[in-house]
Design a protein. Structure first.
Length: 341
């Protein structure tokens, strides 16, 4: 999983490139650090959610497909081992795609691990977000609670790529969305499942086919940082790659309020095409995205978690080779700057 570039992405690098109204970022002018070199055999990872178990610090990694695959390790660098699935008997949500779980998001609250997941099919607007819970995260311990929110062909939003944040006031905020009008946020009740507010629009890319998704909200230093993935995520033809810069990459904005508006480093609202570049293709890392953040209890560092397609190896640019990317975050500039771990 090594990459070609070895330059650490420091705070001195200009990070203000925006995609206002869909303009491509000049990523060639930016250097990024390699992801952490992982030990052991390759394991498939797409749309990763990474968390440590409270009882023993063991790392649990959840991934799209494999019925929400569960992958574990004792050290952040691995080796990572596939141990099973969250929903081996499929989701109880009666929608197409219930056997192919997408974009799990796992967090810990009051003694319980909550996993939000998506049920959909490629290109469809008929999608649902579900909830499963566990006391340990081990395979065989997850209870599926079914549907939280659903979209259809008349909805403004598409109910995939959920992530939960419980803000400093204890409000449970679920962000989600993909394409169409991009990302939204709703509040959930005390049961973590009942939607108790109208959807709030959080980001929009007005250009092209509105290719923005994979939102993730993270608090730090008095701000809430809102990350999104933008560009083509999957289905690449290694012999005919899309124009450089149109593949997956990650942007961020921030706000003192968890509901936004989220403003980028150049002062542009993410509802109007704003976004500060966090990571893009570099070296052997192609189309990074599906991002999240977690705080590693062993190092105390905030870790940026994402997937990417290796641009080298036995089958470059192909989905079966989707890999886990891990970098530390330097917050000293007030913005997330990726560094080596």
């Amino acid at each position: 999983m090594s990459a070609i570039l070895r330059t650490v992405f420091s705070a001195a690098v200009v990070l203000t490139a925006s995609f206002v109204l869909g303009a491509l970022c000049p990523v060639s002018a930016v250097s990024f650090p390699d992801p952490l070199a992982l030990q052991g055999a390759h394991v498939y990872v797409h749309d990763p959610s990474l968390i440590q178990r409270q009882s023993d610090g063991k790392y649990f990694l959840f991934t799209s497909h494999n019925k929400s695959g569960i992958i574990t390790a004792d050290q952040l660098q691995g080796p990572w081992t596939e141990v099973g699935s969250t929903l081996p008997n499929n989701s109880s949500i009666q929608l197409p795609g219930r056997s192919d779980i997408w974009a799990p998001d796992v967090s810990y609250h009051n003694g319980t691990y909550y996993q939000y997941y998506a049920v959909s099919t490629s290109g469809s607007h008929i999608s649902g977000i579900g909830l499963a819970t566990s006391a340990s995260m081990d395979p065989g311990t997850w209870t599926d609670h079914g549907l939280v929110i659903q979209s259809n062909n008349n909805s403004l939003y598409n109910c995939i790529d959920p992530t939960l944040l419980v803000d400093t006031n204890g409000t449970r905020r679920l962000t989600f969305g993909s394409y169409w009008n991009d990302t939204y946020q709703v509040n959930l009740g005390a049961d973590y499942q009942t939607v108790i507010s109208q959807p709030v629009h959080t980001s929009f890319n007005a250009s092209g086919n509105h290719d923005q998704e994979g939102s993730f909200l993270w608090p730090h230093g008095g701000y809430y940082y809102f990350f999104v993935s933008s560009g083509q995520c999957c289905g690449f033809d290694p012999q005919n790659l899309p124009p450089p810069g149109t593949e997956y990459k990650v942007f961020v904005g921030r706000s003192p309020s968890p509901s936004g508006p989220f403003i980028d480093q150049a002062g542009v609202d993410m509802l109007h095409g704003g976004g500060t570049l966090v990571i893009a293709s570099h070296g052997s890392v192609y189309a990074p995205g599906g991002e999240g953040v977690f705080t590693d209890s062993k190092s105390g560092k905030d870790i940026f978690v994402y997937h990417y397609l290796p641009a080298d190896g036995p089958a470059p640019y192909t989905e079966p080779q989707a890999s886990l990317g891990l970098n530390a975050i330097d917050w000293s500039s007030g913005w997330p700057v990726l560094t080596s771990i």
